[in-house]
Design a protein. Structure first.
Length: 59
């Protein structure tokens, strides 16, 4: 019988997409959508990395 993992991994990709989208929207109001989208991407990647590290420690 195959040995299946018992934990459910947490997905952090939502934060990457939401950071980019939110940054682009916020940047559109400030006249710098590309800059704010890159900032949102960085913040989203940092959140996804933190979630991945927490999930890895949990497992």
């Amino acid at each position: 019988m195959a040995n299946t993992p018992t934990k459910n991994p947490i997905a952090g990709g939502f934060f990457i997409a939401a950071g980019m989208l939110g940054g682009a929207i916020l940047g559109a109001f400030n006249g710098q959508p590309s800059l704010y989208m890159i900032i949102g991407l960085g913040l989203g990647c940092a959140a996804a990395l933190a979630i991945w590290l927490i999930d890895r420690r949990r497992g």
